[in-house]
Design a protein around this ligand. Structure first.
Ligand SMILES: Cc1cc2nc3c(=O)[nH]c(=O)nc-3n(C[C@H](O)[C@H](O)[C@H](O)COP(=O)(O)O)c2cc1C
Ligand code: SF4
Length: 433
């Protein structure tokens, strides 16, 4: 049985991305037309029934977020779509934005209608320059066809979409930093509360959703929340775009229904197709650099929010980075920590200093020079950063290290004895061994 279910990626690579004609012929804009016949509360009810959890990484229920914003009586309200996609190993929003932008635009327009909002912003990462052009062309064509702009589809409702671009900072994907960046301020996180639903863009009520989250909305409206839920598991409605990369045969983006196993995702011939060059799996890193690392013993875990959480893993952004038996975990963790040192915005001490201290200890571990005191300090650093960092970046920076420690304790100990079981250990090469 096929493990792929194309609920939201069916148009990708099939249609001319910016052609409204192609999109409508493929069934596009039926969700918006149906939405116009419904009350905002009814639409939110369907999103709640669908159990759509935010696909940007935090897995916050989209229906609840929408309900909270609807209750706020202040206007105007803004719709902001997070297309920063800065999480390493994550490249699924790119596919939707570049290959089916009208689905994202339709989802945003439905959200605009629900909140009686007239302006939507999409924050696209700077590196996706070519995609920005395609997206702008899709916006222009939607306006010409009467699906965007003034008097949409003859309903009198007006909604405009503006593209904003980032300049390559990972922290700008954090929703409040993203709003600061749109406002032309330094992209640093804001203190919460107040929540963005109350005090968001330009200090006004704002919805921030991920690209994949909003791309699901037309399908949910059209097919109904119950039907959408039935494609996934009881707690995780629908499908997820996963991004397979690393030492896996078939790297790429795949849409899978929640409920397949991690083993299927990595080994099924239609999906990952197994480990490159017939090697053995060492570990997989879920949800990006800020996500947990899993071992072979966890391969039969079902890919859905609840089962992964129970196993100490998480869906996160949908990234699955696969590493083979030759990879040294300490080297890998040094790479992860270098990323966080580079991306820390410097606003708070635990993250700004903690990542550097962790890196220094990892270097000592790989050089076989770490002491027991270093290992105690490392544990304190992980604890302090997790509890005291100002935003999710610092709070999650040590998740990979913490989970690796659990699965590969012996490999840490081997390094302390100047030994590494991995074939490719840069630390050994650096030591000239
Ligand atoms: C450091 C950091 C980076 C983030 N980067 C992204 C990102 O690139 N894209 C994204 O959608 N969410 C990102 N998030 C999560 C957002 O803050 C927010 O939860 C999300 O955009 C909400 O949309 P959703 O509920 O539809 O997932 C990031 C969070 C943190 C802490
Ligand atoms: S945890 Fe602190 S230093 Fe790190 S990115 Fe967030 S606000 Fe900036």
């Amino acid at each position: 049985m096929t493990k792929i279910k194309k609920l939201i990626s069916g148009n990708c690579g099939v249609l001319r991305p910016d052609s409204v004609e192609d999109y409508v012929q493929a069934g596009g804009y039926e969700g918006l037309k149906k939405a116009f016949t419904m009350k905002p509360e009814e639409i939110i009810d369907e999103v709640k029934k669908a159990k759509l959890l935010g696909r940007g990484g935090a897995a916050y229920p989209v229906g609840s977020k929408w309900e909270q914003l609807l209750e706020i009586s202040e206007f105007p309200k803004y719709i902001v779509i997070n297309a920063d996609e800065g999480e390493p190993g994550t490249f699924k929003d790119k596919i939707l934005l570049g290959q089916d932008p009208l689905r994202v635009i339709e989802g945003m327009t439905i959200a605009g209608y629900v909140f009686n909002s007239h302006d939507g912003y999409i924050y696209i990462r700077g590196e996706y320059r070519a995609i920005q052009k395609v997206f702008q062309s899709a916006i222009d064509n939607a306006v010409k066809a009467g699906y965007l702009g003034q008097n949409i589809n003859g309903t009198g409702f007006a909604f405009n979409i503006h593209i904003m671009t980032g300049a390559g900072a990972y922290v700008c994907g954090e929703n409040s930093a993203l709003l600061n960046s749109i406002e032309g301020k330094a992209g640093r996180p804001r203190i919460k509360p107040p929540h963005l639903a109350e005090v968001g863009l330009f200090l006004l009520p704002t919805l921030v959703n991920n690209v994949e989250s909003i791309a699901n909305i037309p399908t949910i409206v059209l097919e109904g929340g119950d039907k959408y839920l039935s494609y996934g598991t009881q707690d995780s409605g629908g499908t997820k775009l996963i991004c397979l990369s690393g030492n896996v045969v078939n790297r790429g983006v795949y849409e899978i229904p929640f409920g397949v196993s991690l083993r299927d995702a990595i080994y099924d011939p239609e999906l990952g197709g197994g480990i490159l060059n017939g090697k053995k799996l060492k570990f997989f890193h879920l949800g990006g650099q800020s996500g947990p690392i899993g071992s072979e013993a966890q391969l039969d875990t079902v890919y859905c929010y609840k089962a992964l959480r129970n196993a100490g893993l998480s869906v996160g952004s949908g990234a699955i980075v696969v590493m083979d038996e030759d990879v040294c975990v300490i080297d890998y963790l040094k790479g992860v920590t270098e990323f966080f040192i580079h991306e820390s915005c410097g606003k708070c001490t635990p993250c700004r200093e903690g990542n550097k201290q962790i890196y220094a200890i990892l270097c000592k571990i790989s050089a076989g020079e770490a002491t027991n005191d270093d290992m105690i300090v490392l544990k304190h650093l992980i604890d302090t950063m997790t509890k005291a960092s100002f935003c999710g970046l610092g709070q999650a920076a040590a998740v990979a290290l913490n989970t690796c420690w659990k699965h590969f304790k012996s490999e840490f100990e081997d390094h302390l004895n100047k030994q590494c079981p991995a074939k490719v250990c840069f630390s050994e090469q650096e030591r000239g061994e």
